[in-house]
Design a protein around this ligand. Structure first.
Ligand code: AMP
Ligand code: MG
Length: 403
């Protein structure tokens, strides 16, 4: 056993993680239909006008505004309908004084017409005459050519998150693929002689691998692509081989063996590879035995083996790290205010992330133990208890960060 000489406060760990996360530089082309949630790697300028032609914004009649002067319900103006223009068609007639074209929303405005009277302000007279019952100024109910976008308009800027509206703008200019930043590749590997993959029979002394699945889900949800590896045994030889198998990953996440026991070998692996330890041991509960290092210039995490410690730290430390690496905006989880339903005693000297279940506005403690995944899976969120606070009384108002 080689006890932690010291631990660092969570705030310091966060600052070191922020400094250690490098936004991905690789780029790739993606099809528009696969670009949701990606980050644009280049400015994208339009080469066309949107809309590409002047169009009606209403169902009604394309007219010359002058012809509507003085028109009212009592004194309608009768116009001769010379054309019907539907969407997707091209008008064939030019509108002259005394004439009009029936027009659909989105259909091209015929030459000569300079305004549209909406159908509600008209009445059919006979099959080729309409009564205009309101005066309409020029340029009414018309979408100008290029009103939305003109050639040269940037519809997306480098670094923009491709949310639904930006995808819509890309589609509007007719672009079917665009350049985005690659997703960071995250290698996830569980370590431990006892850890086996779900779906295989459990021999005495063995447990199923939980961390690989929780960590993968977090990485995928926050902009990364995951390569999963089979669990590795607790020997330096096997850990070297496991690390060698992660050659193409940008970020390495190992779990288990990150603490200070005889068989906790991740720190030895980092040393054997000439890596640089950035921190080892954080003053939090759960999740103290967490290792962050650089190995071959790549970020290397040794996450606690205990599933709740591992996942709790994934939320607290890895989510910001993944998002910075993937160039995604900062993630602000939702918080709600609640009343604590039972007194909590917290360990002095460690910032505690304590899981709770919500019953209406009452938060009940849900934390069982660091090794119990149900401490998290049966909770709705967590409260934070600073290291200098020992007790949170029943009835206290607490802020619950929701998962
Ligand atoms: P360690 O951090 O390796 O000392 O492991 C701490 C505890 O977590 C032990 O009870 C391990 O059996 C357990 N553990 C380690 N890795 C995993 C894993 N991938 N899934 C579930 N439990 C694990
Ligand atoms: Mg272990």
């Amino acid at each position: 056993m080689r006890p932690f000489a010291s631990t660092i406060p969570i705030e310091d760990a966060r600052a070191l993680l922020q400094a250690g996360a490098h936004p991905i530089a690789r780029r790739e082309m993606v099809r528009l239909d696969e670009a949701a949630g990606r980050v644009a790697a280049a400015d994208l300028a339009s080469t066309i006008f949107v809309p590409p032609f002047a169009r009606s914004a209403m169902d009604g009649y394309a007219v010359m505004a002058e012809d509507t002067r003085g028109a009212s319900r009592e004194r309608p103006v009768h116009l001769h309908i010379v054309d019907k223009v539907y969407t997707g068609s091209v008008p064939t007639k030019t509108i002259a004084r005394g004439t009009c074209a029936q027009i659909a929303t989105g259909a091209p405005l015929p030459d000569g017409a300079n305004t549209v009277v909406m159908v509600e302000d008209t009445a059919i007279v006979d099959h080729d005459h309409v009564a205009i019952r309101a005066e309409v100024a020029a340029a009414h109910n018309i979408g100008r050519k290029g009103a939305d976008i003109t050639p040269g308009t940037l519809v997306v800027r480098r670094g923009d998150l491709l949310n639904p509206s930006r995808l819509g703008a890309v589609a509007a200019i007719g672009c079917s693929e665009l350049e985005v930043f690659a997703k960071p590749r995250v290698a996830i590997l569980s370590t431990g002689n006892e850890v086996i993959t779900p779906g295989t029979p459990l021999a005495p002394g063995q447990i199923f691998d939980v961390n690989r699945y929780t960590l993968s889900a977090v990485a995928t949800a926050h902009g990364c692509v995951v390569e999963m590896h089979a669990p590795a045994r607790d020997t330096l030889h096997d850990l070297h081989a496991a690390l060698d198998a992660c050659a193409s990953a940008d970020i390495l996440i190992f779990s288990g063996g990150s603490s200070v026991g005889d068989r906790d070998l991740l720190i030895d692996l980092v040393a054997a590879r000439g890596g640089q330890v950035i921190f080892h041991g954080v003053a939090i509960k759960p999740g103290k035995p967490t290792l962050f290092a650089l190995v071959d210039g790549r970020p290397f995490f040794g996450m606690p083996g205990n599933p709740t410690s591992c996942l709790s730290n994934a939320y607290i430390m890895l989510v910001p790290f993944f998002r910075a690496s993937a160039r995604l905006p900062i993630y602000a989880p939702r918080t709600v205010s609640a009343t604590l339903g039972r007194r909590i005693v917290s360990q002095a000297g460690r910032h505690q992330f304590y899981t709770v279940r919500l019953h209406g506005e009452v938060a009940l403690p849900a934390f069982k133990g660091s090794g119990d995944i149900t401490s998290l899976s049966q909770a709705d969120g967590y409260i934070e208890i600073p290291s200098d606070q020992h007790i949170v009384e029943e009835g206290a108002t607490v802020d619950v960060t929701l998962f």
